[in-house]
Ligand binder design. Structure first.
Ligand SMILES: Cc1cc2nc3c(=O)[nH]c(=O)nc-3n(C[C@H](O)[C@H](O)[C@H](O)COP(=O)(O)O)c2cc1C
Length: 219
C-alpha cells in the first residue's frame, strides 16, 4: 500500500512539473533579418514634425498601448496614467492653452515659432498621448521615460511617426490648466511627465548628430 502511495505521489509531482514546463514560455532568440529589423527599428526612429491628416486606427493604438504597458517599471509599480487624445476640439484647446502660455515669451526649439499663423505645438499630429506620473515616486520619471520609448519604437515599427513633446509638460501642469487633466481623468496625485505627438509621418528627417565619445567602455 505504502509503495502505491509513493508511486502515486511521484506521478503527481511529475504531472505538476510537466504542467509547469508547458506554461513557461520558450526563450526568444532573434537572428538574421529579424535581429537586423529590431536593431534597425531603434536606429531609424526619428522625431517627426510633419504629419499626414489621416487618423491612427484603433488596432494600431491598441498595439502601441500594449507595448507601452509592457515597459519595465521599478517594483512593477507601473506609476503611470496614459491618455490617447484624438478629440479635435480637445487638441485645439490644448494648443490654445500653449499659445496663451507662450505669449510674449522667447521659447526654444520648435516652440520658438509659436507666433507663426496656424502654429501647432504638437506639429498638427492627429493624436496626442499624455503620459502622467505618480508624484509620490521620484523613479516614476524613469518608468514613464521607458514607457515613452516603448511607444516611440512600437509606433515606428507600425510605420507611424512620433515626437516627444517636452514643451507641453509645464503648460499642462499649470494650476490654470488642471481642468484639462481632470477632463481626461488624470488622478489628483499625478502630473504630466511627457506627451507624444502621433500620426502618419509626412517627412523623413535626417538623424541629428550623436556623440559616441559620451560612451566609454571601462575594462
Ligand atoms: C524628453 C524629450 C522632450 C522633447 N520635447 C520636444 C518638443 O517639445 N518638441 C519637439 O519638436 N521635439 C521634442 N523632442 C524631440 C528631440 O528634439 C529629438 O528627440 C532629438 O532632437 C533627437 O532627434 P531624434 O528623435 O530624431 O533622434 C523631445 C525629446 C525628448 C526625449
Amino acid at each position: 500500500m505504502k509503495k502505491i502511495i509513493y508511486l502515486l505521489s511521484l506521478c503527481s509531482i511529475g504531472l505538476i512539473l510537466l504542467a509547469g514546463c508547458k506554461q513557461a514560455p520558450d526563450p526568444v532568440f532573434y537572428s538574421g533579418s529579424q535581429k537586423d529589423a529590431i536593431l534597425n527599428n531603434i536606429l531609424t526612429r526619428r522625431s517627426i514634425r510633419k504629419f499626414k491628416e489621416e487618423q491612427v486606427g484603433k488596432s494600431d493604438i491598441d498595439t502601441i498601448m500594449k507595448c507601452a504597458i509592457f515597459a519595465p517599471s521599478a517594483l512593477n509599480k507601473q506609476p503611470w496614467e496614459v491618455r490617447v487624445i484624438q478629440n479635435p476640439r480637445l487638441l485645439e484647446d490644448i494648443n490654445k492653452r500653449f499659445l496663451k502660455f507662450a505669449e510674449g515669451k522667447t521659447l526654444q526649439g520648435s516652440a520658438a515659432k509659436y507666433k507663426e499663423p496656424g502654429f501647432s505645438i504638437f506639429h498638427h499630429a492627429p493624436t496626442v498621448i499624455v503620459i502622467a506620473r505618480d508624484k509620490s515616486s521620484e523613479i516614476s520619471y524613469m518608468d514613464c521615460g521607458i514607457l515613452l520609448q516603448n511607444i516611440l519604437l512600437s509606433a515606428h515599427a507600425l510605420g507611424l511617426g512620433t515626437c516627444p513633446l517636452g514643451t507641453l509638460v509645464s503648460v499642462l501642469n499649470l494650476p490654470a490648466n488642471q481642468d484639462i487633466l481632470r477632463a481626461i481623468h488624470i488622478p489628483e496625485n499625478y502630473e504630466v511627465a511627457i506627451n507624444v505627438a502621433l500620426g502618419y509621418p509626412d517627412e523623413i528627417p535626417v538623424a541629428p548628430q550623436r556623440y559616441p565619445e559620451k560612451v566609454k567602455i571601462i575594462q
